[in-house]
Design a protein around this ligand. Structure first.
Ligand code: ADP
Length: 166
């Protein structure tokens, strides 16, 4: 069973084995958490990402963390929210499950996630929090997972959903 905690903060400061990046399918770096991770990791991260040749929505690929305190970055493009009928829930769940699989494959014990898809990609927060925390709770591996929420609204939503799960 994965152990879950929810905190408010900046994922780039997390001293964990792996942090997850809410990437885009080109893995070319963007704004939001992706921009923050690239700035903190240094230009080597962009070079490593370009060698990966992109990543389909819902899948996950790994690079080193370079100048980050985290050893690895797991890049996963979340779904862009349209109206919920374009497999957004299934794809969002796949982001969490595939990222957790990459963490296990790389011998990680601690991993931190941002709130994937709830920024520019527009996924409704409460629905996203339910999918994220359910996928993590159901994942069968001895991982310590931290959800790192940047904004107050995300922190409240994830805390509320975690309390409902307990
Ligand atoms: P997406 O394109 O998947 O929606 P965004 O980066 O736009 O990705 O937003 C995802 C979430 O990451 C948002 O809740 C945003 O507030 C949050 N975020 C932005 N910067 C950081 C950071 N440094 N650490 C953690 N979360 C962050």
């Amino acid at each position: 069973m994965a152990q879950i905690s929810v905190i408010q903060g900046d994922i780039t400061t997390m001293k964990v084995d792996a942090i997850v990046n809410a990437a885009n399918t080109g893995l070319v770096g963007g704004g939001g958490v992706d921009g923050a991770i690239h700035r903190a990791a240094g230009p080597e991260l962009d070079i490593a990402c370009r060698k990966l040749g992109g990543c389909p929505t819902g899948e996950a690929k790994v690079t080193p963390g370079f100048r980050l305190p985290a050893r690895f970055v797991i890049h996963t493009p979340g779904p862009i929210w349209r109206d919920g009928s374009f497999e957004e829930p299934k794809l969002l769940r796949a982001c969490y499950v595939n990222s957790l699989k990459r963490a296990v494959e790389n011998g990680c014990q601690t991993i931190a996630f941002p709130s994937i898809s709830t920024g520019v990609y527009g996924y409704p927060l409460k629905a996203a929090a339910k999918i994220a925390l359910t996928a993590i709770a159901q994942f069968d591996a001895p991982l310590q997972v931290t959800m790192v929420c940047f904004e107050d609204a995300a922190f409240s939503a994830y805390q509320a959903v975690l309390n409902e799960l307990d």
